[in-house]
Write a protein that binds this ligand. Structure first.
Ligand SMILES: *Cc1c(COP(=O)(O)O)cnc(C)c1O
Length: 375
């Protein structure tokens, strides 16, 4: 028997979200971004599910994540989105990982590594159109693109850039980035060579800016049923796939004048009932939720009382009732009530991405399987 705290991932919801994105982007292909443990949902099971659904690409941040997918037997093309660390190049080539090439110097490193093993590297050229993270500035990328096109050691599979403000439908930045990216891509026409796959849109781009869809889109957070920002247009209906639940492990009555948890910050004014829940910041449940967050017990919302500890926290249920082993919902639905990742992020003063990716592997994950196909 596992500990009573679990993450449940609804695989059919992931499939639904992929389908909704496909319907919104027309003929554009989809790269499912599964970095950071598939946004906390579990890298291999989630990637395997998307691969089974026929997603054209998987996107990860680091070579290690791609290698884990290859070791799991996944054969879908994988692009490593992060900045290339040259000494890892042999790993990229050995595991058939597509490489983000973000400068002329990196291109030369890739060529040398490919020549050393006598094979071609599959690469995507990274253009910087305003993020100032990695990539060659669009204004000066001509020689970089020419060198890549001329290289006998590289197969150019894509050209891409990343949007800095796509969450905000009113920001003029995205259109500027679209134009700069088009200028970069125009070098392929000028050179008279076939255009590789052009990709630009993250979830914000998918939702707010159809002109960013191009040949392929790279959604992350919305695949998991979460909108990147409250300001985003909800042009694609997605539903959350992850729920986080625990169970009551202790019940007590606390008298007036006592305090709860470290630092004695939660003062009990009137006698109340308090339960203890066995999950804490050591699981990635943020300490910033101390006296700010809420949970669901017996269909009612109750406040987290005092500081979240490493392995447990307390909930003030007032004169509500609760028993040992009652279900506690931290993210998800219970009866008529629901707590979303967006709610938790707002209470903790952060973004949903950080809440999801923070949930670590001390919490066991289980997967709701897709309904059997009836054919
Ligand atoms: C993380 C990432 C994405 C996905 O972003 P979301 O906002 O989660 O959709 C897309 N492209 C790149 C380059 C990324 O690093």
């Amino acid at each position: 028997m596992d500990r009573p705290t679990t993450i449940t991932v609804d695989l059919p919801a992931l499939g639904h979200n992929l389908g909704a994105i496909r319907a919104a982007v027309g003929s554009a292909r989809v790269m499912a971004v599964v970095k950071a443990d598939a946004y906390g949902h579990g890298l291999v099971p989630v990637a395997r599910h998307f691969a089974a659904l026929g997603v054209e690409y998987l996107g990860v941040a680091f070579a290690e994540e791609g290698i884990a997918l290859r070791r799991a037997g996944i054969t879908t093309p994988i692009l490593v989105l992060g900045g290339l660390f040259g000494p890892q190049l042999a790993l990229f080539l050995r595991h058939d990982l597509e490489i983000t090439v973000s400068s002329l110097a990196k291109l030369r490193q890739v060529e040398a590594a490919a020549a050393a093993v006598g094979g071609k590297a599959r690469i995507h050229l990274k253009i910087d159109t305003g993020m100032e993270r990695i990539g060659v500035h669009s204004e000066t990328c001509g020689p970089f693109i020419e060198a890549a096109v001329a290289s006998p050691w590289c197969e150019i599979r894509g050209i891409y850039s990343h949007l800095a403000c796509a969450d905000d439908p009113d920001s003029p930045m995205t259109q500027q980035q679209v134009e700069r990216f088009a200028d970069a891509c125009a070098h392929f026409d000028r050179l008279g060579v076939a255009m590789p796959t052009r990709h630009l849109a993250n979830s914000g781009g998918v939702l707010n800016f159809p002109q960013t869809h191009l040949d392929m889109v790279r959604p992350g957070i919305m695949l998991y049923g979460v909108y990147p920002d409250p300001a985003c247009r909800r042009t694609v209906a997605v539903r959350p796939a992850l729920s986080l639940r625990s169970q009551v492990v202790y019940f007590k009555v606390v008298g007036a004048g006592r305090s709860i948890s470290y630092g004695a910050t939660w003062r009990v004014a009137r006698e109340t009932r308090v339960v203890t829940v066995p999950i804490g910041y050591g699981d990635g449940f943020p300490r910033a939720l101390s006296s700010k967050g809420q949970v669901l017990i017996r269909g009612q919302r109750h406040p987290i009382a005092g500081r979240v500890c490493m392995d447990q926290f307390m909930v003030d249920i007032g004169w509500g009732s609760a028993y040992n082993e009652d279900e506690v919902v931290l993210i998800g639905r219970q009866g008529a009530e629901a707590i979303s990742v967006e709610d938790v992020a707002a209470w903790a003063g952060t973004i949903p991405y950080e809440i999801l990716t923070g949930l670590n592997h001390r919490i066991p994950r289980s997967y709701l399987a897709p309904a059997a196909a009836c054919d």
